[in-house]
Write a protein that binds this ligand. Structure first.
Ligand code: PLP
Length: 398
């Protein structure tokens, strides 16, 4: 069995896995590096003997690989436990360092890691929310008017690079320009952008940037925060002063090495144009689904990461259809994985102006470089049948 794609073995049954924005399996090369380090680089890197120095070298190599994917310097990379910790660190730090600036600016489409961290750091009434348009792009007029009134009182703006539910690139570049002009520091949640398109901190005036290992074929429990040289950071986690005092705790060298390996792989795939090929497969799949009656796309048609499509099927509640799709072995979702059990419609789609019913009829399909056309064709057939069955059943009831 291939490690990925068709018949991916999830431990009990083969599935067509179209939920790579929720998480990715560990790539065999990443697993190899991880297991080698667990066996050979387990000495505490802060100890004084040569085995410890070998562990330190492993971490240094991993730091360079992560920096390489982001166009950063190795010293600008802080290893964390994942995207949530990275985002929380950037936001809590800004609020802590700037008590004279009570406001945090986020957008209406941020992941809950950002939203909750902002509310915790500043209090609900001090969180400013940048609107998006119907296609999920930042409303720059709204941003300009927020900055005109409030810029001196904003400790940090935290705006995502790519949205996890729609895949839309909301326009971080244009937003960053306005923020720089207004002198507001910027953190960007690049958890869904890294590895899917070029992310280069040298070409974007960003002070902080978050990534997560498990969206990149590394295991859960590791991520990184880019901290621009000279940007002040107040640590979220205190202790032995590891990571230059920016994130304490004995370094998990094997996890760091796994993230480094995943970043190297991601950089290679981007350079080889594999993500462009994913985009072509996604487009073909999307066209098949858009040909179904009552199908619509949510979000900007071009400005998005190549692996994601968010579609709605009129009259087909996702809560019911996902159960049928699961029986067919198709793994996809109706929004972010963390909100899946809340029963709430997607805040991202509502922010884009969809009605609650439309949001509840929406589905996210997210591919990887290993997703094949054959898998997508099979998934499209299962989706067509599901849409028809669920629509017929709900029409019969109503
Ligand atoms: N930000 C975005 C955009 C995400 O999609 C996720 C995970 O779904 C996170 C942050 C949180 O990352 P992690 O699961 O590594 O904590």
């Amino acid at each position: 069995m291939r490690w990925g794609a068709t018949g991916r073995n999830m431990g009990w049954s083969p599935v067509i896995y179209l939920d790579h924005n929720a998480t990715t399996p560990v790539h065999p090369e990443v697993r190899r590096v991880l297991s080698e380090c667990l066996d050979q680089a387990w000495a505490n890197p802060s100890s004084g003997y040569s085995a410890a120095r070998r562990t330190r070298a492993v971490i240094d190599g991993a730091r360079s690989a992560v920096a390489g994917l982001l166009g950063a310097e190795p010293e600008e990379i802080v290893f964390t436990s994942g995207g949530t910790e990275s985002v929380n660190t950037a936001i809590a730090s800004a609020a802590r360092l700037h008590p004279e600036k009570p406001l945090v600016l986020i957008s209406t489409i941020e992941h809950s890691a950002c939203e909750r961290a902002a509310m915790d750091a500043s209090g609900e009434s001090n969180v400013l929310r940048l609107r998006v348009d119907r296609e999920g792009r930042y409303d720059l007029g709204h941003l300009a008017s927020i900055l005109a009134g409030e810029a001196p009182r904003i400790a940090l703006a935290s705006l995502m690079w790519a949205n996890n539910e729609t895949g839309v690139l909301p326009g971080i570049e244009a937003a960053a320009e306005l923020l720089v002009e207004a002198g507001v520091p910027l953190h960007t949640d690049a958890v869904q952008a890294a590895g899917k398109l070029p992310v280069d901190v040298r070409s974007l005036p960003v002070d902080f940037l978050s990534i997560s290992g498990h969206k990149l074929f590394a295991p859960k429990g590791v991520g990184a925060l880019f901290v621009k040289r000279g940007a002040p950071l107040h640590a979220l986690i205190h202790g032995g002063g590891q990571e230059g005092g920016r994130r304490s705790g004995t370094e998990p060298a094997a996890l760091a090495a796994a993230l480094g390996a995943a970043c190297r792989l991601a950089a290679g795939k981007l350079a080889a144009g594999e993500l462009d090929a994913v985009g072509r497969r996604r487009d073909r799949f999307e066209q098949q689904l858009l040909a179904l009656p009552g199908a619509r796309r949510n979000g900007h048609p071009e400005q998005r990461i190549p692996n994601t499509t968010n579609l709605r099927f009129e009259g087909v509640p996702a809560s019911l259809a996902l159960v049928v799709l699961d029986e067919f072995g198709v793994c996809c979702s109706s929004g972010s994985a963390c909100k899946a059990r809340s029963g709430q419609p997607s805040h991202v789609l509502l922010a884009m102006g969809l009605e609650e019913k439309q949001a509840r009829e929406s589905f996210r399909f997210s591919l990887s470089v290993d997703t094949t056309d054959a898998e997508l064709d099979r998934a499209a057939r299962h989706i067509a049948e599901t849409v028809e069955r669920v629509r017929a059943a709900t029409t019969a009831v109503t």
